[in-house]
Each structure stands twice: as C-alpha cells, then as structure tokens.
Write a protein that binds this ligand. Sequence first.
Ligand SMILES: [Zn+2]
Length: 268
Amino acid sequence: MDSTVKKSGAEAVAPDGWEHLAPGVARRRMPGWDETVGVVAGDHGVLVVDAGATPADGAALYREITGLFGRRPTHVVLTHPHFDHVMGAAGFTGCEVYAAVGMDGVLSRGRDELRGDAERHGVPAATAAEAAELLVTPHHLVSGELTVDLGGGRRVVIANVGPGHTGHDLAVLVPGPVPVVFCGDLVEESGEPQAGPDAVPARWPAAMDRLLALGGEEARYVPGHGAVVDAAFVRAQRDELAGPSGGPREGGGPAGEAAPPAAGPGVS
Ligand SMILES: [Zn+2]
C-alpha cells in the first residue's frame, strides 16, 4: 500500500477503546486480532457489526455497548465467516443475527475448521471448542441490500457486496452527512488484504467497487483491521488487487500473521 495515500482523519480513541465516527456510530479495535467491532445506535435499536472472537468477548462487548449507548444491542451483522468476527455472537443474547446468504451452511459445515483456525491463532483450545459449540446460526440471510430501521430516523443498509475476501461478504452502510461504511475484511489498513483458502480473488475488486458505490467519495470506510480510511485508500487497494502484480496476500492470518493452508474457512 502506498503510504502517501490519504487516510480518513485520525480519530480520537476514548480511554474505553471506542472511537466515535458520527453521532450514534462507533467502533473499536479488539485486542488480540485487531478486528473491528462497529455499533450503530437508533432510538429503539442498536446494531452491532461483528461480534469478536470468543463468546466471552461477545458478552463483554454486549455489556460495554449497553453502557455506552444506554440500550442493549438488538441486531448483529456478521461481515464474513472468520473466527475473529463471528465466534463472539453467542455473547449477544436475544439479538437478531444477519449474514450473507449461504453463510448459514458455511458455519454449520465449517465448525471444526473455525475451531481449528481459532486455535492456530492463539485462542485456548477449550475456549475455541466452546465457541464452536455455541456458534450462532444467522437468523436473517441477506442477498442484495436490506434496510434496517433502528428508530429515530436511523436506518442502516446491510449490503451483500461479495464475494471477495470470502464467499460471503457483507458490508454495512450508515447514511448521514458523512456516511460510514463498515467494510469487513474486504478492506484492511493494518496490513495487506488477507486471502485464505475461502477467498475469491478474481471477484474481490468488483466487491470493492460495490463498497465505493455504496458509500461514495465522502464516506468514511472502516476496515476489518486497522484505521479508518477514505475512498481514495479503498480505490488504491482495489487497484492493487486488480493490477497485474496484484492479488491479495495468501495466508489469511489476521494482522499480518500468516496462517498455514487449511481446507476450510480462512482467517482474518
Ligand atoms: Zn477475515
């Protein structure tokens, strides 16, 4: 990545780890695998983007978010089926869970692979086994775009923009004076985009085109790993992936950590 590409202005990160991106919109970078967890709060509902890496992480996030916004989370969007984004979903009791169409099958068939990926990336074996056991099957499968009304005029658009990083990539658009787009791992800032065995590299650039169409030039783009970026950064990463020497980095490990090849879902 060209270091001269402008990123979206540095955000103040509060002592509690939350970075406020717009009124009622925040995210934090989780310790360990640096995965983003996003939150969008309306008058009646609180939507969470990705759930952390373990049920305990998810339960802690549930409490933190309830404290932060004074309301319990009601919706969870899983951007893609990698352990560091989905295995915390069991901690979000009572929430409606959204994922890309087909991800229910990936999660049910890939339970063992997810457990193995989590272990390879440092989750204790017993925790990984429990997380696999408690894996949440999504309640709502999204193809195309789905608008969720959180009350008080706050609507979010859940968009099936993949495949790319995986076969099942969702993004979340929060419209507003400055739109915010949660990109999942289709965009990474803290390292090169990671391609595991479940990536679809040939279709990744088109997925990033859909992200850019969703948010437009003025949006703030929140990567799955790393700092918030702007449209120019996303476009540059898209061009690198599409270029003759491009293509995502193979390995699939989070935060620059290469993972051994595996037959199931990759990681990042
Ligand atoms: Zn990933």
